[in-house]
Design a protein around this ligand. Structure first.
Ligand code: HEC
Length: 162
C-alpha cells in the first residue's frame, strides 16, 4: 500500500513537471524565443526600436504593398546596418538579430521580419496577439517572392519607395 502511494506521488510529480514546462512560454527550448508570441512581444517593446529615418510620426502610404498605410521601425541591431543615408547600402545584409516591423495603420497589425541564423523569419500578428501569418509557415509564396522584387536590399523593399 505504501509502495503504491509512493508510485502515485512520483508519477504525479513527473507528469506535472512535464506538463508545466510544455505550457510555459519561455522554456528550455531555445526555439521558443523565436515563436510568434515571443516575436510579437519584441515588436511591442518600444525601447528596442527607432522609426525609419528617425521619423516616429511618418505614415507611409503603402500603395505598393499588401498592407496599406504603415509606420516602419527597425530594432537597434538592424539600425547599425542603415549606413546609406538611413538605408541599408545596396549589396549589404542585415546582421542576425535584426528586426524590421511594419505597424499597419488600419488594424494595428504587426508585419515583421526577424533575421535568425542568416535568414528572415516572416510573420503577421494582429493587435490582439492572434496570428495572421505564423513564423512557422513557409514564407516563400506568401512573402519572399514579392520581397525579391528588383531593387530589394536583403529582401527589404521599402528603400525602393521611401
Ligand atoms: C505583393 C507583394 C508583397 C507581399 C506578398 C508581401 N509584402 Fe511585405 N512589403 C511589400 C512592399 C512593396 C513593401 C514596401 C512598403 C509598402 O509599400 O507597403 C513591403 C514592406 C514590408 C515590410 C517592411 C520592410 C520592407 O521590406 O520594406 C515588412 C516587415 C513586410 N513587408 C512583411 C511582409 C510579410 C511578413 C509578408 C508575408 C506574410 C509580406 N510582407 C508579404 C510587398 C509585399
Amino acid at each position: 500500500m505504501k509502495r503504491q502511494m509512493i508510485h502515485v506521488l512520483f508519477w504525479t510529480t513527473v507528469l506535472s513537471c512535464v506538463f508545466y514546462s510544455c505550457t510555459k512560454d519561455v522554456g528550455i527550448n531555445p526555439l521558443i524565443a523565436y515563436s510568434d508570441k515571443a516575436l510579437f512581444d519584441s515588436c511591442r517593446n518600444e525601447k528596442a526600436f527607432a522609426y525609419y529615418q528617425n521619423n516616429p510620426g511618418t505614415v507611409y502610404s503603402g500603395t505598393n504593398g499588401p498592407h496599406g498605410a504603415f509606420k516602419l521601425k527597425f530594432n537597434k541591431i538592424a539600425l547599425t546596418a542603415l549606413t546609406d543615408n538611413g538605408k541599408l547600402p545596396a549589396g549589404s545584409i542585415f546582421p542576425n538579430g535584426s528586426m524590421v516591423v511594419k505597424e499597419v495603420q488600419h488594424n494595428g497589425q504587426y508585419a515583421f521580419m526577424y533575421k535568425r541564423a542568416g535568414s528572415w523569419l516572416w510573420a503577421e500578428i494582429n493587435a490582439d496577439g492572434s496570428v495572421a501569418y505564423s513564423v512557422n509557415k513557409d514564407a516563400g509564396a506568401g512573402c519572399i517572392n514579392c520581397h525579391s522584387q528588383t531593387g530589394h536590399r536583403d529582401l527589404v523593399v521599402s528603400f525602393n519607395f521611401y
